[in-house]
Design a protein around this ligand. Structure first.
Ligand code: ADP
Length: 628
């Protein structure tokens, strides 16, 4: 193939424009990204060679070399990994496969500091070379292809790139950065490059080699020799004993695998021996990624077998509800050629998943139960970011139900956040044995619910459940330590021992007197309400809507409707407050009875966030009443 010019995909052009014009801080991370690509390429080769040892071409020692040429102002990152064919070079370096480009741009636009660190998070690390280079040349050959099928890819990082065939004896890739004049001084120095490698790439398990420097007395300066030295530790961080790893190293490693600019909330590092032998290094992030809710998103845990990288995002290692956890599992028992399918079935993997789940729950418990205010704040941060995901666990992980329920936090009529079931139980009134909850679309809507009135009056706490996942959670969580969970919007309210005798008698008398009116109400609303009954749950409101115990809550029915799924249309029950002035007026107002009855019903619907089937009819009725 003679030299051909190709245009970049539109997204790549946008990324390049941002990279070359907007990233000012942390420029040095380009080296981390390119070394990380080089190391990935070696991991890929090792993996492919498990089935085809010929790919090693008699050079099985995988390594990365960093060299520079001061006169030519070039910096080269060379690896003897898997390399790229011409098609691969065009697709991997000319297009962006992953989604998320738009989020990346939006983040950068909002970001004050224009932190180059962000770039790795979005799977476009290669382009970070253009932060410091005004031309990048990539020379590469795919392992297994003949030397004549080498490729040279070259671009100035604007609209297009060139591709041509070259002859290349060695497999693998050279990424040659032609540094901008103003960057050359900073980066073409051994000590500077070594310190960047030490900072970001120490944990890479391959050796990263650089030429040794020597003092030349005649020239009175350092000069490069022909000898090579390894400039990183070249030992996987998780394989080192805990005592030899500093907190700063754990934090740096987290940044590398998560691309999160914030430090993690907590981490845990252990060697597990027993039925299954493995090392786990797991982190809990402080911030939810933009794609947390993406159903196809895989987990954040990388799988290694005896230090050999096997796969990213090994979802079988973590339950779905812990998909926010990042880290590494290195197994001593699994076969090296394990596939995703095999992982799903393996008993060893099941043991690892259970072990990791316990560890993560343990980490969360120690934050949640800690005496330290700092830890408590951390737990609240965690809960705000990931609480809704953790709630999925109650239906997915029966073995850990009790531990999970203890970790949950809610808003309540007593506090806007941070209420645990245990807190609630501790505050229960004398004679109360039920945990009262209400679900709604928002905290404001929950707080305004007429169903809460009697509970407020009596000072009984109600948990306000306003996450979308809460309805689902309630269908799996019926009780906490023997106390049943009861929705205050379902069924007849029975305050049991919490209601005093005097009140009960009074309520019964009022209900008795109201009976004839109640019958008329039932008749007037027979097409809309399953039943009409008097209630003691209301204090200030004339009426409210409730559903029968076994029926779907009005809130859930609305959620399903919004999601485009059909919901069974069951008629609600109207409960009226016979003591309320508006309700008392019904009895003596034959002329307007029908209008008042429907308005009562419509207003109860509106009050709990519902929609009217026929808003025009409602408006007409109100208008008639007001103008009478
Ligand atoms: P990411 O590494 O997150 O996929 P990059 O923009 O850094 O995104 O790289 C794009 C792709 O280019 C990589 O996925 C890989 O297929 C290919 N690539 C980059 N560098 C190398 C290399 N040194 N050797 C082989 N392939 C590479």
């Amino acid at each position: 193939m003679t030299k051909q010019t190709h245009a970049f995909q539109a997204e790549v052009k946008q990324i390049l424009h941002l990279v070359t014009h907007s990233l000012y801080s942390n420029k040095e991370i380009f080296l981390r990204e390119l070394v990380s690509n080089a190391s990935d390429a070696c991991d890929k080769l090792r993996f492919e060679a498990l089935d085809n040892a010929a790919l090693y071409e008699d050079a099985p020692n995988l390594e990365v070399r960093v060299t520079f040429d001061v006169a030519a102002k070039t910096l080269t990152i060379r690896d003897n990994g898997v390399g790229m064919s011409a098609e691969e070079a065009a697709s991997h370096l000319g297009t962006i496969a992953k989604s998320g480009t738009r989020e990346f741009m939006a983040r950068l636009e909002g970001e004050q500091k224009k932190d180059a660190n962000l770039i790795g998070q979005f799977g476009v690390g290669f382009y970070s070379g253009f932060i410091v280079a005004d031309r990048i040349t990539v020379e590469t050959r795919r392992a297994g292809l003949p030397p004549e099928q080498g490729v040279r890819w070259s671009s100035e990082g604007t609209g297009e790139y060139e591709l041509e065939t070259i002859t290349r004896a060695e497999r693998g890739t050279d990424v040659i950065l032609h540094l901008r004049d103003d960057e050359a001084d900073e980066f073409l120095k051994t000590w500077r490059l070594k310190s960047i490698v030490g900072k970001y790439s120490d944990h890479i398990s391959l050796p990263i080699l650089m030429r040794k420097e020597q003092w030349d007395a005649e020239k009175s300066q350092q000069v490069l020799t022909d000898e090579w030295e390894t400039v990183n530790k070249a030992a996987a961080l998780w394989a080192r004993p805990k005592s030899e790893v500093t907190d700063a190293q754990y934090q740096e490693f987290y940044k590398q695998i998560s691309y999160d600019s914030e430090p993690p909330l907590a981490y845990t590092h252990n060697r597990v021996e027993g039925r299954s032998e493995y090392t786990q290094l797991l982190y809990i992030p402080a911030k939810a990624p933009f794609d947390l809710w993406n159903r196809d998103k895989r987990g954040g845990v990388k799988l290694y077998v005896k230090r050999v990288f096997i796969m990213d995002d090994a979802e079988a290692l973590m339950p779905v509800y812990l998909r926010f956890v990042k880290g590494v599992i290195d197994s001593a028992d699994l076969p090296l050629n394990v596939s995703r399918e095999l992982l799903q079935e393996s008993r060893d993997v099941k043991a690892i998943r259970e072990g990791c789940t316990k560890r993560v729950l343990g980490m969360l418990e120690s934050l949640a139960d800690s005496e330290s205010a700092d830890d408590k704040t951390k737990y609240q941060t965690f809960w705000n970011e990931f609480g809704a995901v953790l709630k999925e666990g109650i239906g997915e992980d029966h073995a850990n139900r009790d531990r999970l329920a203890k970790l949950y936090r809610f808003a309540s009529t007593h506090a806007d956040e941070g209420v645990s079931f245990a807190d609630y139980v501790q505050r229960m009134k004398e004679g109360q044995d039920t945990i009262y909850v209400i679900t709604a679309d928002s905290l404001a809507a929950a707080k305004a619910s007429p169903q809460l009135e009697i509970f407020r009056k009596k000072g009984i706490e109600v948990l306000l459940l306003v996450d979308r996942v809460d309805e689902w959670m309630l269908s799996h969580l019926y009780e906490f330590e023997g106390h049943a969970l009861q929705s205050v919007a379902k069924g007849a309210v029975d305050l049991g021992k919490l209601q005093d005798e005097e009140e009960k008698k009074q309520a019964e008398a009022t209900a008795e007197a109201f009976k004839p009116t109640l019958e008329r109400l039932k008749a007037a609303l027979k097409d809309r309400a399953k039943d009409v009954r008097t209630t003691t749950r209301l204090v200030d409101s004339p009426a409210c809507i409730v559903v029968e115990d076994g029926d779907m809550s009005a809130h859930l029915a609305r959620l399903l409707k919004q999601a485009g799924q059909g919901a069974p249309s069951t008629q609600p029950i109207l409960e009226v407050n016979a003591e309320h002035a508006l309700v008392r007026r019904l009895a003596g107002d034959d002329a307007r009875f029908d209008d008042l009855a429907h308005i009562l019903f419509d207003q109860a619907l509106l009050a709990e966030g519902g929609q009217l089937d026929d808003p025009a009819a409602y408006v007409q009725r109100v208008t008639r009443l007001l103008s009478a």
